[in-house]
Ligand binder design. Structure first.
Ligand SMILES: [Zn+2]
Length: 253
């Protein structure tokens, strides 16, 4: 082989190696390898934890940034006085639950039981989501017995549409029978290994009768497990126009 030919071949090999490295680098930056920003919206402190706590723990353990966005602070009087806000046990419970799940809390500032869904609140919620720039967003299934849950579902869906359906969009279920009804799952997340942390986070909401409500939610996750072939699972409805599949089970560990 001539020196020129050998030189040419080695240059081709180097270029091929560079291309392979570039492909690997690109692969690392594209889903499912990149660090995601995940937002789980809920009407009240506790809703995201009860509906999605096992999934949240899995995202956090994979190194993703997870925020629990509560429509209100579960306050007793509305609007809250500064003294009431300082002693709001629901906010302290949410902080503890978020610490357990390695998530952060965001409050949308509405009032418990008095949810507003009108043009100013659509705009306010859209701006909040726009500023966070999530990759994935979860919200309540819209057929729900609690108006605060229906309200945040509508606000979240509107924000998704208004921002050009840029992020993955999933619905979750909570307190089935009393709240969520007629929920037809499309996707399941195995939470067998993360259920203990979910339980701890739900029990952080000590003022909200966790013995009663966690027992009910456990029936749901065990049934979803039966459906999907796991011991316990959380179920979701993925919006048909959601561009990516970004549940923890879709992502590289
Ligand atoms: Zn609620």
């Amino acid at each position: 082989m001539s020196i020129a030919r050998r030189d040419l071949l080695s240059r081709v090999a180097r270029l091929a190696g560079t291309a392979a490295l570039a492909r690997a680098t690109l692969g690392a930056q594209s889903p499912p390898g990149r660090k995601l920003k995940v937002i789980v919206t809920g009407g009240h402190p506790g809703d995201p934890e009860y509906g999605c706590g096992g999934t949240v723990a899995r995202y956090a353990d994979q190194g993703h940034d997870v925020a629990l966005l509560y429509l209100n602070r579960g306050e007793k009087t509305c609007p809250e006085t500064p003294a009431g806000a300082a002693s709001n046990v629901r906010v302290a419970e949410a902080a503890k639950a978020c610490e357990i799940l390695k998530a952060r809390s965001i409050f949308a500032g509405q009032c418990d039981g008095h949810a507003m869904v009108d043009e100013p609140h659509y705009r306010e919620f859209r701006d909040l989501i726009d500023a966070e720039r999530p990759d994935v967003l979860f919200t309540h299934w819209p057929i729900d017995g609690h108006r605060d849950h229906r309200a945040i579902s509508a606000l979240a869906y509107d924000a998704w549409l208004a921002t050009g359906k840029k992020f993955a969009f999933y619905y979750y279920e909570v307190s089935d029978g009393e709240d969520t009804l007629m929920f037809p799952p499309t996707d399941f997340v195995d939470i067998t290994a993360s259920e203990a942390r979910k339980r701890q986070a739900c029990y952080a909401h000590a003022s909200q009768a966790p013995d009663k409500f966690y027992a009910l939610q456990s029936q749901v996750t065990r049934f979803r497990g039966l459906e999907s072939g796991y011991t316990q699972a959380e179920a979701y409805v993925r919006h048909a126009q959601s561009r990516e599949r970004l549940l923890p089970s879709d992502l590289r560990p």
